[in-house]
Design a binder for this molecule. Structure first.
Ligand SMILES: [Zn+2]
Length: 93
C-alpha cells in the first residue's frame, strides 16, 4: 500500500523553497481536467507527499469543479527530497 502524508501550506512552501513561484505559476495552472479535456487551474487543492517523495495535489477544476489531480515528481530532485525529509521529520515530533 502506498503511504501518503498530508502537507500543510507552510510545509508545501518549505518544500518548494525558492521555486514557490514556479509552483504557483507553472504547476497550479497546468493541471489536466478529464471532463474539460483541457489544461486548467486546480483550485481548493490539498497536497500529500507519497513514499517516493513525490508531491500530489488533489482538488477541483477551476472551470467545471470536477476532481483534478496533479502529480509532481519532486522525488527526482535531490533538493526537494532533502526538504521533504526535513518536513516529515518535523511532523513526527
Ligand atoms: Zn474541468
Amino acid at each position: 500500500m502506498k503511504k501518503e502524508m498530508p502537507l500543510t501550506l507552510p510545509q508545501l512552501k518549505t518544500i518548494w523553497g525558492k521555486d514557490w513561484d514556479f509552483f504557483v505559476e507553472k504547476i497550479v495552472p497546468n493541471c489536466l481536467c478529464h471532463t474539460c479535456n483541457e489544461v486548467v487551474t486546480i483550485v481548493d487543492f490539498k497536497t500529500t507527499v507519497n513514499d517516493l517523495n513525490d508531491v500530489i495535489l488533489r482538488g477541483k477544476c477551476a472551470v467545471c469543479s470536477d476532481p483534478v489531480n496533479r502529480y509532481t515528481e519532486t522525488g527526482e530532485n535531490e533538493e526537494y527530497v532533502k526538504r521533504i525529509k526535513k518536513v516529515l521529520k518535523g511532523m513526527k515530533k
